[in-house]
Design a protein around this ligand. Sequence first.
Ligand SMILES: Nc1nc2c(ncn2[C@@H]2O[C@H](COP(=O)(O)OP(=O)(O)OP(=O)(O)O)[C@@H](O)[C@H]2O)c(=O)[nH]1
Ligand SMILES: [Mg+2]
Length: 212
Amino acid sequence: MSMFQEQKNLIPLYDTKEILLKVVVIGDFGVGKTAIIKRCTEGVYSSLYKVTIGADFAIKTFVWDDNTRITLQMWDISGHERFGSLTSVYYRYASAAAIVFDLTRPETFTSVEKWLLDLRGKVELPNGQPLPIILLANKGDICLPIIPAHISQFCIQHNIQAWFITSAKENTNIDEAIQVLIKSTLCNYHNPKIPGSICLSNMNQEKRNKCC
Ligand SMILES: Nc1nc2c(ncn2[C@@H]2O[C@H](COP(=O)(O)OP(=O)(O)OP(=O)(O)O)[C@@H](O)[C@H]2O)c(=O)[nH]1
Ligand SMILES: [Mg+2]
């Protein structure tokens, strides 16, 4: 069952804070970005591979807490090289990112650094901080995974908030990962250095490594 309450759950409007978060989902072609986004926003999965051309996006609106409603705009960015020059346009105004690789194709993990550099080089938060990022090791349902041993170290070195083994097919860890990303993003929105702001969550090391 999804952790998110659907928008139809009623909250008195006068009390409600609306937050729009743009999350860019990046990674090599075929790693499962579209499948993850569809799972998250529509709750469906298809084994058909339809290449994403350029970029697409999907929206999910949900109740976060008693007085916050979040609209998550998930940008599905093609993993194909030929669209790479456009990423700076797609990254614009992003609040957070998910980088995806395919556990069955080790070369897609090697590419994570390339995606990370592209993202970090082209976008930052309005306060100059780097975007919160999570790393998704997808297709965890396929029975092999030799998990690269150094993923946790890689995440710490590259200031990646957390990583998860996911399966869009079996709906494993998708909501959990997005929830961690949102918490991290809200912390930036409510940066304690900004007067009147509140940090909703401090992710500790234990939380970061919970799926490793
Ligand atoms: N077994 C399994 N297959 C998956 C999973 N996620 C995606 N796939 C399959 O992998 C293929 C590629 O998935 P997509 O989501 O289209 O990949 P993409 O990253 O969006 O690829 P591009 O749009 O080309 O960048 C499809 O056939 C999916 O059904 C998963 O968790 N498990
Ligand atoms: Mg796609």
